[in-house]
Design a protein around this ligand. Structure first.
Ligand code: HEC
Length: 127
């Protein structure tokens, strides 16, 4: 009994320290892959470029400064493309966010951007 309690406390400590590390992440830390950027460009050209230009997205990133990238993803998922909201695949929404971040100077890395994995603890930065 005592031992299992110790193990639970140790695991909780580990989980908390991982959350602490994840919270420090920003879009500057290579949080999407180059393949996602390539895929996102196609989505952007087909579904987003007609109504906004890149300066618009730059301003959006500024307005999301220090907010979780998940919030931006959810806003786009829920409302865009404005003429047919929610019409893209979940991956396409994620890829297009990667493309927009890349176009605004944030680096690709080894890690895939994934709404199921920690996107709530990655902060958007003002470009
Ligand atoms: C048919 C036109 C149209 C298309 C296509 C379109 N948008 Fe929009 N978008 C709008 C309008 C209108 C608004 C709201 C008014 C504004 O902020 O200018 C908006 C707002 C946004 C916002 C701001 C949301 C917020 O939280 O403030 C983002 C981000 C965005 N669009 C991204 C996208 C992305 C990514 C795509 C492609 C998947 C896309 N849009 C396609 C018209 C469009």
């Amino acid at each position: 009994m005592k031992n299992s309690l110790k193990i639970i406390l140790a695991l909780t400590g580990l989980a908390l320290s991982q959350i602490g590390m994840a919270q420090d992440k920003t879009v500057n830390d290579g949080v999407f892959t180059a393949a996602q950027v390539d895929a996102g460009k196609l989505v952007y050209d087909n579904s987003c470029s007609a109504c906004h230009d890149m300066r618009f997205y730059r301003d959006i990133l500024k307005s999301y400064n220090n907010q979780p990238v998940l919030w931006l993803w959810e806003a786009v998922l829920g409302t865009m493309p404005a003429d047919n909201p929610g019409s893209l695949m979940l991956d396409e929404y994620t890829d297009v966010i990667a493309y927009i971040l890349s176009e605004n100077g944030f680096p690709a890395g080894d890690e895939k951007l994934d709404p199921d994995k920690g996107m709530d603890s990655i902060k958007v930065l003002s470009p």
